[in-house]
Ligand binder design. Structure first.
Ligand SMILES: [Cu+2]
Length: 229
């Protein structure tokens, strides 16, 4: 084979990559373009003084029959998903309290780091009303892991494990009436663009189950905007 062949092959591969990139972008915008703004909840006394307080509610589901994908579950009814929103907007320099109802089963987390609570106000979360700093790494359903992009702004890193329900507690259709309820609070810094994702390998594909809903925005990941009030 000669050099011209490889040059032509390179052009074809580049063209395919660009088309795939555009397809992924369009697909992610179509999955969930909606944004949930945090709800004002007065003020909270913190080590950084009295700050505005806001709340966000979300849930993690074992399929896509809930959440943003419509009653029929959209194009991937069987995919795990967060809901009812996957894009969030919160104010800068404020306390954000997130409550997540977790309806899915699970298993062992790949890395114990993600079975521990990181980046919350006092390093804790509450699990069904009980204060915890970590959960059993053998029984994780999903995680909510919020992090910055490498843009030199003040960074935010918050990661909270969401314990799994027993397989027997996850019905074939509909959802458990007793989800695991995880609540945690953190303080935002300067305004900036962040992203969140799940670090439990709950997707599909041959590469350690990080495909499908794990790599498609609007399911196990989304945008998290910190904005000046
Ligand atoms: Cu997940």
């Amino acid at each position: 084979m000669n050099k011209r062949f490889f040059a032509a092959l390179g052009t074809v591969i580049l063209g395919a990559a660009v088309i795939a990139g555009i397809g992924t972008y369009v697909a992610s915008a179509k999955n969930d373009s909606r944004v949930l703004a945090a709800t004002p909840a007065g003020t909270m006394v913190t080590p950084q003084g009295t700050l505005p307080h806001y709340t966000l509610d979300m849930a993690a589901y074992p399929d896509s029959m809930a959440g943003s994908h419509g009653k029929d579950g959209g194009v991937h009814p069987d995919w795990v998903t967060y809901g009812d929103y996957t894009n969030f907007k919160v104010p800068a320099h404020s306390v954000i309290t997130i409550t997540i109802k977790q309806y899915d089963s699970g298993a062992r987390i790949t890395n114990d780091f993600f079975a521990t609570v990181h980046g919350t106000m006092d390093g804790t979360a509450t699990l069904n009303g009980k204060v915890v700093t970590s959960v059993d790494p053998e029984a994780v359903g999903h995680t909510f892991t919020l992090h910055g992009l490498a843009d030199a702004k003040s960074q935010l890193f918050v990661s909270v494990p969401l314990p799994s329900l027993a397989d027997s507690a996850v019905p074939d259709s509909g959802y458990s009436t007793t989800p695991n309820v995880v609540t945690f609070s953190f303080i935002t810094g300067d305004a900036g663009e962040y992203v969140w994702n799940c670090e439990y390998p709950c997707g599909d594909g041959t590469t350690a189950r990080f495909g499908g809903p794990m790599s498609t925005q609007g399911y196990m990941s989304g945008n998290f905007t910190v904005a000046n009030a």
